[in-house]
Design a protein around this ligand. Structure first.
Ligand SMILES: NC(=O)c1ccc[n+]([C@@H]2O[C@H](COP(=O)([O-])OP(=O)(O)OC[C@H]3O[C@@H](n4cnc5c(N)ncnc54)[C@H](O)[C@@H]3O)[C@@H](O)[C@H]2O)c1
Length: 434
């Protein structure tokens, strides 16, 4: 039984830069009828129900009980004190004329002091940070912020989505293995607990669903998976699937479906926003690189299809190039093989807008995690893999990257929540199935 979405849904964002401001300003603009929620599957997507002949295709937002955009309130933390109007102007993603029309609402949203340490993001320097130096005390300070935000804004429910900078690469260590080890590590200021993990801990501890929009570990460690299970908590991650990886997970399954070979896939990006600047540091880039590289391997399964993919050479580069700002350019050169091994090439040049692609993902995750919590789901929400470059999965499982399989799982989970038949697309006439 799904609890009704009554009252206000607070959306808390650690990291209130380009993605976060584009999301918040976007929802405010849509609420005023100034723009359409393009890119949001929950708002514009439809879902087929029953047999094809039944012609039941409601909008997803009319099919499942999602919070209304009018009931959303926004808050978060950043190492810079600028309000959301100033931060959105600095991010230079949205048109100043649009921002002017929602200026008072944006100005009213002020980031809370962040949990931050320069060791994890060397390129950034901010002063709007919490004074505590002990990591457990910092987690407690975040929990206090969460309580206060909920009370002051009269929220019925909360969700948290990490939109902060990508942190330096950290591998899973013993301190991440159990709740006890992590809590001990927090008390002892363990170097392998970065700020994003402290936010995740605070969120899960408070029973607030948590999603990780960056490739850093954050909630993707056994201790926090366990804590989420214990607390009936919801977690999802990691790294919003936008731009080049979105293209990759659309194109690769199609080539594989037609048994076409791929010998090389070279991807390069130029971008000039603050995210690009942070990723210019090799330690931070490494975190992103690992997230981006895993995709093709899983989709193409070279070990199962050696004739097609055994020689695949996959390379990903990101170059910081300030003139482009948030308007990233992602180039892909794909060397493919057809019948009898004849070579062909595909070139993709995606002139995209990073935060414009990420903002609707933040909206959908906020609404769907809240739905999951009201539906008594808990733990890692693999059905939300659709939105991530490097989906978080349970121990011993591999992530599913193929966007079409991810979409099928997302839609079937919604059907399941509403007690509708799952759809297998087995629509053969002689089965009289669909
Ligand atoms: N298409 C996309 O834009 C996209 C796709 C996938 C992932 N991401 C990830 O989303 C994140 C946000 O991207 P962005 O373009 O908004 O970057 P941004 O640099 O504009 O914003 C990040 C913000 O996080 C703040 N921050 C850093 N550490 C913090 C901390 N510990 N606590 C609170 N705030 C902190 C920074 O001050 C900054 O304002 C990045 O990690 C990026 O890699 C973005």
């Amino acid at each position: 039984m799904v609890k009704q979405a009554n009252g206000k849904l607070g959306v808390l964002l650690p990291g209130m830069g380009a993605v976060a401001t584009t999301f918040i300003a976007g929802v405010l603009a849509i609420r005023k009828g100034l723009a359409e929620p393009i890119g949001s599957v929950t708002q514009l997507g439809t879902i087929r129900l029953g047999k094809r002949t039944e012609k039941r295709n409601p909008r997803i937002k009319d099919f499942v009980d999602l919070a209304s955009l009018n009931d959303m309130v926004f808050g978060g933390w950043d190492i810079f004190p600028e309000n959301m109007y100033e931060a959105a102007m600095n991010a230079e993603v949205l048109d100043a004329r649009l921002l002017e029309q929602i200026r008072p609402e944006l100005e009213a949203i002020q980031p809370m002091e962040a949990v931050f340490h320069k060791d994890y993001v060397k390129k950034l320097d901010g002063k709007h940070i919490k004074p505590q130096t002990n990591k457990m005390e910092l987690a407690e300070a975040l929990m206090e912020d969460i309580r206060r935000f909920k009370a002051e804004n009269n929220c019925d429910r909360l969700v948290m989505i990490w939109c902060g900078s990508t942190e330096t690469y950290i591998e899973t260590k013993p301190v991440h293995q159990t709740i006890e080890a992590l809590e001990e590590g927090l008390r002892n200021n363990d170097q392998d607990i970065p700020p994003s993990m402290i936010y995740a801990y605070a969120s899960i501890k408070m029973g607030v669903p948590y999603a990780n929009g960056s490739p850093n570990l954050s909630c993707d460690v056994p201790a926090l998976v366990e804590l989420a299970k214990q607390n009936q908590g919801i977690i999802a991650g990691k790294d919003f699937k936008t731009g080049q990886t979105l293209m990759k997970t659309i194109v690769a399954p199609g080539l594989k479906a037609r048994a076409l070979g791929i010998t090389g896939w070279f991807s390069t990006n130029i971008l000039g926003n603050r995210d690009g600047e942070v990723l210019d540091d090799p330690d931070n880039f490494k975190t992103k690189e690992v997230s981006k590289l895993s995709v093709l391997e899983q989709i193409l399964e070279p070990e199962r299809h050696p004739e097609l993919y055994k020689d695949l050479y996959h390379k990903v580069r990101i170059n910081y190039y300030p003139p482009r700002g948030d308007n990233k350019e992602g180039w892909d050169n794909i060397d493919i093989q057809g019948w009898l091994g004849y070579n062909m090439q595909i070139k993709i040049d995606f002139l995209c807008r990073d935060s414009i692609l990420a903002a609707p993902i933040v909206l959908d995750l906020a609404l769907l995690m809240d739905l999951a919590a009201r539906s008594n789901m808990s733990g890692i929400q693999e059905w939300l893999s659709f939105y991530f470059k490097s989906p978080q999965v349970g121990e011993g499982l591999y992530p599913q990257h193929d966007i079409f399989k991810q979409e099928a799982k997302l839609l079937n989970t919604l059907r399941h929540i509403q007690g509708e038949d799952l759809i297998t697309h087995l629509g053969l006439d002689y089965y009289d199935e669909e």
